[in-house]
Design a protein around this ligand. Structure first.
Ligand code: ZN
Length: 412
């Protein structure tokens, strides 16, 4: 291949178009690098990138961008990029079609990095592309910001607000979900009333013209913020089965842990050993006839406090699909009576909570609020958290959630 056709070849595979042209290709065998020198044809009179008026070239800045490797050679694009001087807008760099303004990577390389980030952790992608962790995180962040800029205002019908811990225990962010589109609208830095209130007030992501429901946990801070921003908040707010089940599960787990300790102390042995997760599964979601389940079901019939607490939880899981409101109210009242007589302290506590927030549970039943999206989103978020081995800060966590679940057009 003659040199001229090699340059043409690179021009074509890199997609350069006039006035940009490949001037020279330099291969460094020692460092295994290919340098593609690109020039700007100055017979094309440049324009101001802001107003589009012709503007003379002021100077040139030497710049480099890393591109995808070619044949195992690190490929670097180099160019003296002209800066024009506009009488109105001052000195500005002409637009570069292959890279974002301040990036040191071509868009094509950033696209590949983002493609891999869909499947692998930031550290895995960093080592694959021989980049630092921060650089890969920066590429992800730019892609998310491009997507956010392009995103149109949504009119969600059913939103969910879900708090999720991001690093240490008891440090939370709030994830706002569009439940019908399966996307994350935004991630807020904590779970306080003020943060949510400010978000509703400064809203650009969504108008709430078609809003029918807001599902959330029985959490006064969120309730307060919704009430401050929506008329008829009390009929919008929904305490879905997912959050109610979480509270009941936590209580069952407490009962089990305590009873296990007592049995060990008394008898030196306990039927509850190694059964933690069996009690947390919900029968409506699994088949009790297969696997280890028959053995567990025998245990669940024993006269244990844990088994009684578990039966309460299992019953609550069945009280969500009613056609008639009166029937729903009657069944929940029966359950609450059972709980209050149970003499099991953690369950009684949740029972009181359910009683005082029952209006929102009834809304969930009436609106047939689905919890499938909340659950799948929550496990998706847990997965990216595990993949990243935790996030250093809330900003990074927000970026990763929006990258994976924001439904964004990342601009490639
Ligand atoms: Zn201008």
């Amino acid at each position: 291949m003659s040199n001229e056709s090699l340059e043409e070849f690179y021009s074509q595979i890199l997609g350069f178009e006039w006035p940009w042209e490949v001037q020279e290709i330099i291969r460094d065998g020692k460092t295994r690098e290919v340098h593609v020198i690109v020039a700007y044809d100055e017979t094309d009179e440049p324009h101001c990138p802001v107003c589009g008026k012709p503007a003379p070239i002021h100077d040139r800045r030497a710049r480099k961008w890393r591109h995808l490797d070619s044949c195992n050679h690190k490929t670097i694009i180099q160019s003296g990029v002209p800066r024009v001087k506009c009488s109105e807008h001052g000195v500005l760099q002409v637009p570069i079609p292959w890279a974002e303004r301040n990036s040191r990577f071509t868009l094509e390389l950033e696209r590949h990095v983002c493609m891999w980030l869909r499947e692998a952790s930031i550290s895995a992608v960093a080592s694959m592309f021989d980049m630092s962790w921060d650089i890969v995180a920066g590429i992800q962040e730019r892609a998310v910001n491009r997507g956010l800029e392009k995103r149109e205002t949504a009119s969600p019908k059913n939103i969910g607000i879900d708090e999720t811990s991001f690093q240490k225990r008891h440090e939370y962010v709030s994830v706002i979900l569009d439940k019908d589109n399966n996307t994350v609208l935004d991630v807020l830095q904590d779970r306080t009333a003020k943060t949510l209130d400010d978000w509703f007030k400064a809203q650009k992501v969504a108008d709430f013209k078609e809003l029918r429901s807001i599902s959330m946990d029985m959490w006064d801070a969120f309730i307060k913020a919704v009430k401050a921003n929506f008329k008829g908040a009390k009929s919008l707010i929904v305490f879905d089965r997912y959050h109610v089940a979480q509270h009941l599960n936590k209580a069952v787990d407490k009962v089990r842990a305590k009873e296990h300790r007592e049995l060990m102390k008394e008898n030196g042995t306990s039927e509850l050993t190694g059964t933690k997760y069996d009690w947390l599964k919900t029968s409506v979601n699994i088949d009790n006839r297969t696997g280890d389940r028959p053995a567990f079901m025998r245990l669940a019939r024993l006269n244990l406090k844990t088994a009684r607490a578990w039966r309460i939880k299992e019953t609550a899981a069945l009280l969500w699909d009613f056609i008639y409101e009166e029937v729903a109210v009657k069944r929940w009242k029966e359950l609450l009576g059972w709980i209050s007589r149970s003499k099991i302290e953690p369950m009684i506590k949740v029972g009181k909570m359910i009683k005082s927030y029952f209006w929102g549970i009834l809304n969930a039943i009436k609106l047939k609020a689905s919890n499938a999206m909340l659950e799948s989103m929550n496990s998706g978020i847990q997965r990216i958290k595990r993949m990243a081995c935790g996030f250093r800060n809330r900003v990074r966590f927000r970026m990763a959630i929006l990258f994976h679940f924001g439904g964004l057009d990342l601009g490639f």
